[in-house]
Design a protein around this ligand. Structure first.
Ligand code: IVH
Length: 702
C-alpha cells in the first residue's frame, strides 16, 4: 500500500507492519523538514502541515510503543518542537511595540506623549532606554513569591505553557524572597542564548551530524519549545526581565523603580538601562548602545524607550496592540556592498562541502567581514552569484555574514556562473549529493566520500573516536588530538595504538608534556586495548550510526568478526547480508546504506582491520559478563524519563540482565519512575532493591 493511502487511514486501523513502515517514512520526512527549518532554508511545508506530521507520528507511536525508532522525531535532540503544549490565556495581554526607524520618529513619539498628557514645555518627561533583546518573550507567574507558571507570548492573548521548560533555567528563581514581592506577579522578559553558547551548541550539533541553528534567536526558540524538558535543561538559556503583566500590587511608581525591584528580587535585569530626559538624550543613548552592540555577548536589534512614570503609562494606554508609552527604535539592517573575490569550499566534520564567499573586506555594523556563507550549491545557483560580482552582504541576526544578492548592474562582462566541484578539494574523493530516499530529492549538501582518508574529516573523526562514549581515552582530548595530528604522529585511529611504538620517549620532550603525562597517556591507551563491541562500532563514526544503533548492531551480530564479514559481503538493496541488516528492528534503509557504504570503502576497511589486529573486541556475552547487572532480574515500573521503556529494556538486556514484567521474590532490582504503584509496593514488601531511573543509570555506568 502506498504511503499516501496509508496516511489517510485511522491509526487504530494500521497493522503493525504498516505502522512500522509509516514511522520509518515519517522519521525521514520530519528530519528533512527539521533540516530546512533550522537551516532557515525556505521551508517546504506550512507549520500546520508540519505539526500534522508530528501528530501522526506521535499517535502511531502512542499505539505501538514498541515501534518507536532510534531516529524517531520524538527522541531526537533539537528536533523542531511540535505544538504539543497546553495553552495559557494571558490575564493581561502580551503586547508588541510600535517601531521607530528615523530620529524624527523618536521626536514625534515624545511630542505625541506631551500632547496626550497635556504637559507644559517645562514639564520633564523621563524615559527609560533599554536594549531590545533579540530573543523570545516570556511571562513568568509568581504566587506568594513562588514560581508557578511560564508561558510564551503566542498571539498575545494565548500562549503556550512552558512551565516545565522555564523551570530548568538557572536564571529563573524558584522563589522571590523580599518584603515587597506582591502576592501575584507576572514578570515578563526575554529568553535568549548568548552568542558564544550559540556557537558551541552549533558545534555540538555539527559533531552529531545535526543541522545548525541559523541564529541565537532560533536556537533559543528551538531549545525552549521542547516537549522533552531534558533537552531544554542542556541548553544554557538566559533571561532579562523588563516588564510585567498581572500584579496584585506594585513595589514602585516608575518603570526604572520596577526594574530595580526585579533586580532586588533576584531576577536578571539588563545592565545597560538608562534614564533619559528629552529626545537628544534618547538619541545619544541609541547611538551609544549601537556602538556597544557588536561587543555585547547577546544579540539586540534596537533600543526600547518607555515612559518612566507608571501613572502616565496608565493614562497613555494602548493603541491597538501596542502601548502609547513605549516604542522600539530599531537598528538599520546591517548591510554593505563589496566584491566577491572567490568562492572556497570548506569541508565540515561530517564531510559536507560548504561554499564560503571570500570577500573584499568590508565593515558591516562595526565588524569587518571577509568571509560569508553561501550555504550550498543550490543557494549559489538560486542567487546566481558569480566570482567578480559586487554583492550585498548582511549580518543576519547579527551573527553569520551572508551574501544577499549580486548587483547585476555592476557585474563584470566576463563573470561566469560558478561550477560547484564534484570532488572534495581537500582529499580529491568524489563528493556526492545523496538522494534522500524519503523525498526522492537530492540532499542540499554535497558530501565528500573520503571518510577517514580526508584530512578535514579525519581530525574530527579522531576526536569522536577517543570521545567519552567511544574509546574514552583519558588524556587524549580535542587539544591533544589536534597536536598529535600536526606532529604527524596520529593520522588515523590505528596510529593511536602504535603511538608508543612510533614516538617512544619523544613525547615527554614536547612542550606541555613531561615524563609523567607521557606515561599516563600510554597507560590510558593500553587500558583501552580491550573494548566492548558496541563502543567499537560507535567509535568508527559511521554516518547515522550513534551509540544506540551501535548497540543494536552489536546485539544482533554478537561478535565483531561476524559483523565485519557480513558488512563486507553486503550489497545495497540485495542479498542475504543486506536483508539481515535492513531487517533489524530500529535500522532503516538510510542507516543500513551508510553502514554498507562505510565498509565498501577500502580505506575504512584497512583502518577497521588494523584496529582489530591491535585490539581485543569483546563479544556481547563478554561485555554482559563483566556488567554489574549480568544475570540479574530487573523490573521497570512507573514512567521513565530518560529513555523509552523499549530502550531501557534493550540496554538492560545488552548488559546481561533479564527484564521481567512482575515483581516476585526472584526480582533483584525494581527501577521505579514517577507514578509507580503496586509493583513498587510489592518490591518494598519483599525487600527488593528499588532504584530511581537516575540511580539505575548510574548503577549500569550510563
Ligand atoms: S517591552 C508592552 N522591552 O520586543 C511592552 N520588549 O517588538 C512590552 N523585547 O514582544 C514589551 N527587548 O519580545 C520590551 N527591553 C524590552 C525588550 C522587548 C525585547 C521584545 C519583546 C516584545 C517585542 C516587541
Amino acid at each position: 500500500m502506498s504511503l499516501d493511502v496509508l496516511r489517510d487511514r485511522a491509526v487504530e486501523e494500521l497493522t503493525i507492519e504498516e505502522a512500522a513502515e509509516e514511522l520509518e517514512a515519517l522519521a525521514g520526512e520530519i528530519a528533512h523538514h527539521d533540516g530546512l527549518y533550522h537551516g532557515k532554508d525556505a521551508p517546504e511545508i506550512s507549520d500546520g502541515d508540519y505539526d500534522a506530521l508530528r501528530r501522526r507520528n506521535d499517535a502511531i507511536e502512542g499505539r505501538f510503543p514498541d515501534l518507536v525508532r532510534d531516529d524517531s522525531p520524538t527522541r531526537k535532540v533539537g528536533a523542531r518542537p511540535a505544538s504539543g503544549f497546553k495553552t495559557v490565556r494571558h490575564s493581561v495581554p502580551m503586547l508588541s511595540l510600535g517601531n521607530a526607524f528615523a530620529d524624527e520618529d523618536v521626536t514625534d513619539f515624545l511630542v505625541r506623549i506631551r500632547r496626550f498628557l497635556g504637559l507644559g514645555d517645562d514639564d520633564a518627561v523621563n524615559v527609560v532606554a533599554e536594549p531590545k533583546i533579540d530573543g523570545l518573550a516570556v511571562s513568568i507567574r509568581y504566587e506568594n513569591g513562588r514560581y508557578v507558571r511560564a508561558a510564551t507570548r503566542g498571539d498575545g492573548q494565548t500562549g503556550e505553557d512552558i512551565t516545565a521548560n522555564v523551570a530548568t533555567m538557572g536564571d529563573v528563581p524558584e522563589v522571590l524572597d523580599a518584603e515587597d514581592v506582591p502576592d501575584v506577579i507576572e514578570v515578563r522578559g526575554e529568553i535568549y542564548l548568548r552568542r558564544d553558547d550559540f556557537f558551541t551548541l552549533n558545534e555540538t550539533r555539527e559533531a552529531a551530524g545535526e543541522p545548525h541553528f541559523a541564529n541565537p534567536r532560533n536556537a533559543a526558540a528551538g531549545s525552549l519549545r521542547q516537549l522533552d524538558v531534558e533537552v531544554t535543561k542542556t541548553r544554557p538559556l538566559k533571561l532579562f526581565t523588563y516588564a510585567w503583566g498581572e500584579a496584585s500590587s506594585l513595589p514602585a511608581q516608575t518603570h526604572h523603580g520596577m526594574l530595580e525591584a526585579f533586580g532586588r528580587w533576584g531576577l536578571p535585569v539588563n545592565p545597560e538601562i538608562a534614564l533619559c530626559n528629552g529626545a537628544q538624550e534618547l538619541l545619544e543613548r541609541y547611538q551609544a548602545i549601537g556602538e556597544m552592540r557588536a561587543g555585547l555577548p547577546y544579540d539586540i536589534d534596537g533600543v526600547v524607550y518607555k515612559v518612566d512614570r507608571l501613572d502616565w503609562q496608565g493614562r497613555l494606554g494602548f493603541v491597538s496592540r501596542a502601548p502609547r508609552w513605549a516604542i522600539a527604535h530599531k537598528f538599520p539592517a546591517e548591510q554593505a556592498q563589496t566584491v566577491l573575490n572567490d568562492i572556497r569550499i570548506q569541508v565540515g566534520r561530517t564531510g559536507s562541502l560548504t561554499p564560503v564567499a571570500i570577500l573584499e573586506p568590508v565593515t558591516v555594523g562595526g565588524v569587518v567581514v571577509q568571509n560569508a556563507t553561501l550555504h550550498n550549491q543550490e543557494e549559489i545557483a538560486r542567487k546566481d552569484v558569480r566570482i567578480g560580482d559586487t554583492v550585498v552582504v548582511q549580518r543576519a541576526g547579527d551573527v553569520i555574514p551572508q551574501v544577499v544578492r549580486p548587483i547585476l548592474e555592476k557585474r563584470p562582462a566576463d563573470a561566469v556562473a560558478y561550477e560547484f566541484p564534484e570532488t572534495c578539494p581537500v582529499c580529491g574523493s568524489h563528493a556526492v549529493r545523496e538522494l534522500n530516499p524519503k523525498t526522492g530529492k537530492p540532499d542540499a549538501a554535497r558530501r565528500c566520500t573520503g571518510g577517514l582518508i580526508c584530512p578535514a574529516q579525519a581530525v574530527e573523526r579522531l576526536r569522536h573516536f577517543v570521545s567519552r562514549l567511544a574509546f574514552d581515552i583519558e588524556g587524549l582530548g580535542d587539544k591533544q588530538i589536534t597536536f598529535f595530528w600536526e606532529q604527524e604522529l596520529i593520522r588515523n585511529p590505528v596510529d593511536i595504538f602504535d603511538l608508543e611504538k612510533n614516538a617512544g620517549d619523544r613525547i615527554a620532550e614536547f612542550e606541555g608534556w613531561g615524563e609523567l603525562s607521557m606515561r599516563n597517556l600510554y597507560a590510558a591507551i593500553e587500558e583501552r586495548r580491550t573494548i566492548g563491541f558496541d563502543r567499537f562500532i560507535n567509535a568508527l563514526g559511521i554516518r547515522h550510526v550513534g551509540e544506540t544503533t551501535a548497540r543494536l548492531l552489536a546485539r544482533n551480530y554478537g561478535a565483531f568478526e561476524a559483523f565485519r564479514d557480513a558488512m563486507v559481503s553486503a550489497e545495497i538493496g540485495q542479498g542475504e547480508a543486506w536483508e539481515t541488516l535492513n531487517n533489524i528492528d530500529g535500522i532503516g534503509t538510510t542507516v543500513a546504506e551508510a553502514i554498507v557504504d562505510f565498509f565498501n570503502e577500502p580505506h575504512n576497511l584497512d583502518i577497521v582491520d588494523g584496529l582489530a589486529e591491535r585490539l581485543t573486541i569483546e563479544t556481547v556475552e563478554q561485555v554482559a559478563a563483566t556488567s554489574p547487572v549480568s544475570g540479574k532480574t530487573v523490573v521497570f515500573t512507573g514512567s521513565l524519563e530518560k529513555m523509552t521503556r523499549q530502550e531501557s529494556k534493550a540496554r538492560a538486556e545488552s548488559l546481561g540482565a533479564k527484564v521481567a514484567g512482575t515483581v516476585s521474590a526472584r526480582t533483584d532490582i525494581v527501577v521505579a519512575g514517577p507514578g509507580a504503584g503496586t509493583k513498587l509496593k510489592k518490591a518494598q514488601e519483599l525487600g527488593v532493591t528499588v532504584m530511581t531511573e537516575t540511580e539505575w543509570l548510574a548503577h549500569i555506568g550510563s
